[in-house]
Design a protein around this ligand. Structure first.
Ligand SMILES: C[S@@+](CC[C@H](N)C(=O)[O-])C[C@H]1O[C@@H](n2cnc3c(N)ncnc32)[C@H](O)[C@@H]1O
Length: 285
């Protein structure tokens, strides 16, 4: 027991383990996640319906989405944005490794008569010969990736964009990092049975990595005959550190906002949204 508690409370190196699939694709938890996505009044898994409507409207006008726009949404979930983009006539691809969410998105597309290309895949490994005007990654998923994974992702975005195309994504700012604290707790059937249909005890350890500006929520879930550890990493950015990651790959960043509904950037806000452009030609400043 003492040894187990030491393991439960042990602090890994930043981004040492990647278990995003445990959280999103496990047969049981992916169903719980879908319920969160589809709950229109909360900001869990997806944002609330009012915000999605407002932000989709802003994205459509900012990027002039029409019949000629080719869009890829990385981590599209159940298609709350892809459906709306396709309803505006855009040619849309949605990528997500949750089969459960993609099945739901496909069902909606079928019911609405929309032709959306949905791909069940780890987006770090996604490949296509198609090129896009706009790539989106919505609800701070970029923050869940390690520095190496982010570099892979940004290089992929760059190569998949048409010249002059843009990436739009949101991320957590350092203000929200400062609001987090290290904690350790445990609870029976934590999150109302989110992790399993059977009884379990979930130990939740929050670790703060001051130098790297990373937070880990480490979940050790213990059932009668199974033990799982899920690592939920979040990288927090300053406006400058986020812009630098994009510019290092070759993007030009001329616009930042406080969120993906186009809210004016405020250095005191918890989130940032960035529009990063692939230059149209080598002379573009
Ligand atoms: C926070 S949710 C946001 C969903 C959607 N963008 C929205 O705002 O409604 C993150 C999504 O990314 C997906 N995801 C996380 N890591 C992924 C990966 N490595 N490859 C593919 N999809 C991933 C999850 O399955 C989930 O649907």
């Amino acid at each position: 027991m003492f040894k187990e508690l030491i393991e439960i409370n042990s602090r890994p190196k930043p981004f040492q383990f990647y278990t995003a699939d445990e959280l999103w694709t496990d047969e049981y938890t992916s169903k719980q996640m879908l319920n969160y996505h589809l709950n229109e009044s909360i900001d869990l898994s997806s944002r609330n319906k009012n915000f999605i409507e407002k932000s989709e409207k802003w994205i459509a006008s900012r990027f002039d989405i029409n019949n000629n726009t080719v869009i890829a949404d990385f981590g599209c979930g159940p298609g709350l944005y892809t459906t709306r983009f396709a309803e505006r006539g855009a040619n849309v691809t949605g990528i997500d490794f949750s089969e459960n969410s993609i099945n739901y998105a496909k069902k909606v597309a079928h019911e609405k008569g929309l032709n959306i290309a949905y791909v069940v895949k780890n987006y770090l490994e996604f490949e296509t010969t198609e090129n896009f005007d706009l790539i989106t990654m919505i609800m701070c998923d970029f923050c869940a990736l390690s520095p190496e994974q982010r570099k892979i992702m940004l290089k992929k975005f760059y190569s998949l964009l048409k010249p002059g195309g843009s990436v739009l994504l949101d991320a957590y700012l350092l203000n929200s990092f400062h609001q987090r604290e290290e904690t350790a707790s445990y609870e029976k059937n934590q999150l109302f049975g989110f992790w399993s249909a059977d009884d379990y005890y979930a130990f939740v350890n929050t670790f703060k990595y001051e130098k790297e500006k990373v937070i880990l929520d480490k979940y050790t879930i213990i059932e009668e005959s199974r033990k799982r550890i899920v690592y939920n990493w979040l990288q927090y950015f300053s406006k400058e550190s986020l812009i630098t990651e994009f510019e290092d790959i070759g993007f030009k960043v001329k616009e930042v906002y406080s969120d993906i509904s186009g809210k004016t950037f405020d250095s005191k806000s918890n989130e940032i949204a960035i529009v990063a452009k692939k230059p149209s030609n080598i002379f573009e400043k």
